[in-house]
Design a protein around this ligand. Structure first.
Ligand code: TRP
Length: 380
């Protein structure tokens, strides 16, 4: 892999000579409204099909435990799709984003290994794609300092996702790490000059900030050249899957179907899933959310529409629906689970894969930091 190959910021307008000072407010070019991002996503998908080699994707997760079917149909399978289309893929395990969560911090190694296993299981190929952790890549973290100098405290206060997370957090005090994590996330994306970030809507503010940081860095230190491309958001249409209790599927609610669960556990969980009293099965997310979510899950597994699944079940009732869903999920996950158990049996190999991913990420990060030092006149 050529670690220093520049990746084109293909939609970057030439920076006018009268560019605003780097400390000014975010420019409208950094803005990522949902509908604009949706339109842009359609264009990007076409470009990915015709020329996947121009893209480098960076995406990732916090290591908070086993991933579930909501994650899988929301984001994970999209990563494998992009990889298999020929896009270069970096997956970050954001272990510095979970430091303040005590329960997670106490079991960090296990959580990280589970996350690597989940990715290998779904088909992320460690020979082509890079899976790595924050904490193993010093040069990535060092980018945080110059990046922090480009962002104002007021801007950090305005970030709606951080506001939301702070209001939901169990912590009594907000740490400096929590407050600045969107800037850290900009370093996650920019260290490898990723130009494409598949995200859900909630992460759009972070991507907007990343674009702002990239632009300000280029303006202040680039000397007319583009050090960092401004990454695009690839919005995925994440289907909303409900958990077995009828609320959003989430590990912390204990209502999730884990990718790693075995067939019997899956059957048991689906059997206990909430439905309604209406015997005739129809797809109507507004009035029958639980039944509709189960139909959607079966449909996603079978590559059909939820309406087709509903029509097949007809008046056979909730028990038949659950049998269908169980079979669909277990069939779809069988090869994924088989691959997972092969990797899970060889911890030494698992650790080697992560170490190699970290080595690759370090090579890329070192090259970028060298460039940053040169641009900032701190190349001693
Ligand atoms: N904040 C993301 C989440 O909670 C995880 C993450 C960390 C990430 N760094 C990233 C996602 C960079 C995309 C790009 O899921």
């Amino acid at each position: 892999m050529n670690t220093t190959a520049p990746i084109a910021d293909f939609d970057a307008p030439a920076t006018p000579a009268s560019a605003p000072a780097p400390t000014s407010l975010a420019s409208s070019a950094d803005r990522l409204g949902t509908s604009a991002a949706q339109e842009r996503t359609a264009v990007l998908e076409e470009l990915i099909r015709t020329d996947p080699g121009r893209f480098r994707v960076l995406t990732g997760d916090r290591p908070t435990g086993r991933l579930h079917l909501g994650h899988y149909f929301g984001t994970l399978h999209n990563r494998v799709r992009l990889q298999n289309l020929g896009v270069e893929l970096f997956v970050i395990i954001a272990d510095y984003q979970v430091l303040t969560d005590r329960e997670v911090a106490d079991n960090l190694t296990t959580h990280v290994e589970e996350l690597v296993l989940d990715h290998l299981a779904i088909g992320v190929d460690p020979a082509r794609s890079t899976i790595f952790t924050h904490s193993a890549v010093p040069a990535l973290n060092q980018l945080l300092l110059p990046f922090l100098s480009l962002v104002s405290v007021a801007e950090l206060h305005r970030n709606p996702t951080v506001k939301d997370e702070i209001s939901h957090s169990r912590q009594s005090a907000v740490s400096g790490l929590m407050f600045t994590y969107p800037v850290h996330q900009a370093a996650d994306i920019l260290f490898c000059k990723a130009n494409l970030v598949p995200v859900g809507q909630d992460q759009l503010p972070h991507l907007e900030l990343t674009r702002t940081v990239a632009r300000r860095f280029n303006d202040r230190y680039g000397n007319g050249s583009t050090v960092f491309p401004r990454p695009d958001a690839l919005l995925s249409a994440a289907p909303l899957l409900l958990g077995t209790d009828g609320t959003k599927m989430s590990k912390s609610r204990g209502n999730a179907l884990a990718l790693a669960a075995d067939a019997d556990e899956t059957a048991r969980l689906i059997k206990g899933a909430k439905t309604d009293a209406e015997r005739h099965i129809t797809y109507d997310p507004a009035t029958r959310p639980e039944v509709s979510s189960l139909l959607l899950l079966a449909a996603l597994c079978q590559g059909r529409t939820p309406e087709q699944v509903a029509a097949d079940i007809g008046s056979a009732g909730a028990a038949a629906l659950k049998r269908t869903v169980t079979e669909a999920v277990n069939e779809h996950l069988a090869p994924i689970r088989a691959r997972r158990s092969v990797y899970a049996q060889d911890r030494a190999q698992l650790r080697r894969i992560l170490r190699e991913g970290n080595e690759r990420a370090n090579a890329v990060a070192d090259a970028t930091l060298a460039e940053v030092r040169a641009a900032m006149n701190s190349d001693y």
